[in-house]
Design a binder for this molecule. Sequence first.
Ligand code: GLU
Ligand code: MG
Length: 434
Amino acid sequence: MTLPLIFAATSDVAGKVRGKAFPAEQLDKRLVRGVGWTPTNVQITCFDTIAESPFGALGDLLLVPNAMAEAKARFGDVTEHFMIGDIVTLEGDPWEFCTRTILKKALERLHDVAGVHLISAFEHEFQLKGASRIENQGYGREAFELQRGLCETLMAVLADNGLNPDSIMKEFGPNQYEVVVGPAKGVRSADEAVILREFTRSTALHFGESATFTPIRDVASVGNGVHIHMSFVDDNGEPVTYDENGPCGMSRLTDGFAAGVLKYLPNILALTAPSVVSYERLTPHRWSAAYNNLGFRDREASLRVCPVTAKDPSSIARQFNIEYRAADAAASPYLALAAVVHAGVQGIADGLKAPAPTEEDLSLLSPEELAKRGYVRLPQTLETALAAFQSDPIVTGWFGPEFASVYAAHKAGEIDAVKDMDTAQKCAAYEGAY
Ligand code: GLU
Ligand code: MG
């Protein structure tokens, strides 16, 4: 006999999904009252150490599951069932460190400032941890066939949970796969990113494999990116991202948004690439992101104007999107997207214009030459990225008053947990965490 349970989940500041399960028969009550939660949980690092916490043993919160963010999948004899929620105070007010609430506020600001809604999609790369059974399989069919069962099961689970499977492939790196789903509106795309990561790991386990989304496993090889595709619609659902006469096809709105993202990129990086090893991935020639540059169909750019395959004007307008490439799965998708949206909104509010796209290898330019063209090498360690974040009152001002200092303390605890390790050991530690 079993009692069906639903896991109330939060994707927290560490980018981990944590929560508590309750009997499914109590759902109606739990949708209102939630499950108890503890403020200091926000300081549990990805290594299960507790960073310095201003809350100590004090305080109580509620994690309230949301029926719109439900995920359910059957693996063999067991049904996994979770519901992502929001963390609120006992009085019912939003909690400053609830990542899902942080994203909702960023999306509200986008609407307040620009009158538009965000449509976005997260593209994920992951690796299976076991040794590669066959080599030389970048985009290979054989390695795909080796995991066809896993891929087909995963795509079915995603479809069953309301995601729109787009494609799945054997990526370039050893044992690396990429899974792509269609776009979704507002907070839903980040809900879907959580569902995708959790069910990818579950599906892999069901097939006797173990999946990791860690930013990088081996510095001699490529990393695992999270690429966030973004476009905008107005209140009537009409696309407003594209303008055939705009720079690289960007509408005035998109141009301002892109400019804001590029301007604030060095200072939001600690939120979108938030692990110590994230910075091993963000180096030139890995097709990740090393500079705050705009790329026109160029994968060596942190923000890329993507190609469209449509031919008629209205389909082009709907397909047109820009892609943020400086993110990884050590970041909660809510927090990463919130940071990018706030940066973009700031660009719109300040009337910024994006620089011209780069076409050359920026790693060959001197810092002076880079500066002349308005580019910088992005922070190269988590410490410098955190310092950049904390030093920018505009960026920290997008969040609640305590957020920056609590986040910095959290990350200091994480850095401390791996400080005596060499790079390979750090990669191994993160592989176990994500
Ligand atoms: N693996 C690369 C990254 O770390 C991305 C490769 C691609 O363009 O898909 O972001
Ligand atoms: Mg890829």
